[in-house]
Design a protein around this ligand. Structure first.
Ligand code: ADP
Length: 499
């Protein structure tokens, strides 16, 4: 496409040559015709107006070929008149000759300027066409959809990709308001957006870029990233929109999220499977207590002594308490292993961690693990997916318990404190074996495990979850032995909300 104008520019001298040759032909033929006509009119005109017929020939030669063909015509005309004069024996009026010469020189000078002007116009015109062809070639080949609109929102031009993306052929869309490519509420409000920008200069999308919804000709909508640039041509303003279709990206991301949530779910099931015996034990305790309380109550009932009533009531109350405790464990377990929707809500972080640790630390007492918890009141609320963050906490706590199995001193610390940049820092430290030097750099890689029957996916899932929450996760060995795992979450507690 862009080779076409180049060919035109190189053809320019050929056009010039043809015109000049034509002008010389006009000069020669015109003067010859003028001489013929003058000879034919000689009986009527006599020696009057000898140069009159040559003036139009000079003018024509000048306008076609500039000064040189014009002056050639003038020269030929004078020679012709001199020949006629010698044959007819007429006198030449010196004033008429002088006027003709001056007129010819004047026309020649004018012709020069006219020619220069015409040459400039021809170049401007070819440059204009060249630029137009260049712009069209960009619009035809640019991979992103591109649209140009004027300050009234009227579409001026669009790229082929934009035609395909919106399903509007250029011919039908040019001249229409750009709002036809938007679903409501933007569709109805777009004109007011433009007016607002024209009046205030306040940029909401121009030069910033934003994800918005686009509308195809068939009425279907799709997500797109829109960047708008502004340009001025004279006193007119134009806006160029660059559109990237996000449909495929969103679909891939949604599929990825689905897969990640599936893996996380499987990992929770595995974790609970591994903890099955500890959980059975945890449930067994309240169940045996309930059985004991009920047996005792039965005996009191059999004695049928009114004095036993307070003891009976107390035993039944305790049995109910234990039943609630067992129910709680089952309830948490059910929530935790459930598939659940991955949705972020404002959650009470200490409560969420307490719950997770109840599940993760079943059996910790028997191992003689001392647990300490510190919750800073400034870190009450976080915008999180409850089950997913519990999964992280449970995974870190289970790893800490595993690492301390052979340690002489077993102490586990859970700490929630404010961190820099309005983040909450959750750290879980243990007095276990510590992380091996070779393991440390690959700790969060999938399938990295040092355990005989480990899967090595827990920490990599933890990292995916935390990063999806906008936080980071890391680990280091403690100076006094053991390891500390730390993750951060954006803090949305009162007074710390991000703007
Ligand atoms: P798995 O527990 O199945 O091995 P993880 O991804 O949860 O998978 O852990 C990966 C590895 O990280 C573990 O095998 C262990 O070597 C190391 N690790 C994790 N937590 C600790 C910890 N608290 N102390 C020492 N090493 C740890």
């Amino acid at each position: 496409m862009i080779t076409e104008p180049v060919r035109e520019t190189t053809e320019q001298p050929a056009i010039w040559d043809r015109r000049t040759a034509g002008a010389y032909a006009i000069a020669v033929c015109g003067i010859a015709a003028g001489l013929g006509a003058r000879a034919w009119l000689a009986p009527r005109l006599g020696s009057e107006a000898l140069f009159l017929l040559f003036a139009p020939v000079v003018l024509l030669a000048v306008s076609e070929g500039g000064a040189a063909p014009g002056l050639t015509a003038a020269g030929l005309g004078i020679v012709g008149v001199l020949v006629i004069r010698s044959q007819a024996g007429w006198d030449i009026d010196p004033l008429a000759l002088g006027l003709f010469v001056v007129l010819s020189i004047g026309l020649g000078a004018m012709g020069r300027r006219m020619r220069a002007k015409r040459a400039r116009l021809t170049i401007d015109d070819s440059q204009l066409r060249e630029r137009e062809a260049h712009l069209q070639s960009i619009l035809d080949t640019v991979p992103d959809a591109m649209l140009v609109v004027d300050s009234n929102g009227e579409v001026q031009s669009l790229s082929s990709t934009a035609e395909r993306l919106f399903g509007w052929p250029s011919l039908d869309l040019v001249g229409q308001n750009i709002c036809v490519l938007m679903p409501d509420p933007d569709r109805t409000a777009h004109d007011s957006y433009m007016t607002h920008y024209m009046n205030t200069g306040e940029r909401r999308i121009i030069g910033i870029g934003r994800v918005v919804a686009g509308r195809r000709r068939d009425g279907s909508t799709f997500p797109m990233h829109l960047t708008v640039g502004e340009m001025r041509v004279g006193d007119r303003r134009f806006f160029t929109g660059f559109v990237r279709d996000l449909t495929e990206r969103e679909q891939t991301e949604a599929r990825l999220r689905e897969l990640q949530s599936e893996i996380a779910h499987l990992s929770r099931l595995t974790a609970m499977g591994e903890m099955a015996s500890a959980l059975a034990h945890e449930l067994n305790q309240p169940l045996s207590a309930i059985a004991n309380y009920l047996r005792g109550s039965q005996r009191l009932l059999e004695r049928d002594d009114p004095a036993d009533r307070p003891r009976l009531s107390e035993a039944l109350g305790k049995a109910a308490g234990q039943a609630i405790r067992a129910g709680d464990v089952i309830q948490r377990l059910r929530q935790f292993v459930g598939r659940g929707e991955t949705e972020k809500r404002l959650e009470n972080l200490p409560g969420l961690i307490e719950e997770a640790s109840t599940l993760a630390l079943v059996g910790a007492n028997e191992l003689g693990i001392r647990v300490s918890k510190t919750f800073d009141p400034a870190c009450e609320t976080a915008l999180v997916d409850r089950v997913q963050i519990q999964q992280v906490v449970i995974n870190l706590l289970r790893n800490a318990v595993d690492a301390m199995r052979t340690s002489p001193h077993r102490s586990l610390g859970i700490r929630v404190a404010p961190g820099p940049d309005r983040f909450i820092v959750v750290s879980i430290s243990d007095t276990g074996s510590g992380i091996g030097e070779l393991t440390l750099p690959r700790l969060f890689d999938p399938f990295m495990t040092t355990k005989k029957d480990g899967m090595g996916v827990g920490l990599s899932i933890c990292r995916t979850i935390i990063e999806a929450h906008g936080g980071t996760i890391g680990a280091e060995n403690n100076l006094t032995g053991g390891a500390t795992f730390t993750f951060t979450l954006p803090n949305v507690s009162e007074g710390t909300t991000r703007v």
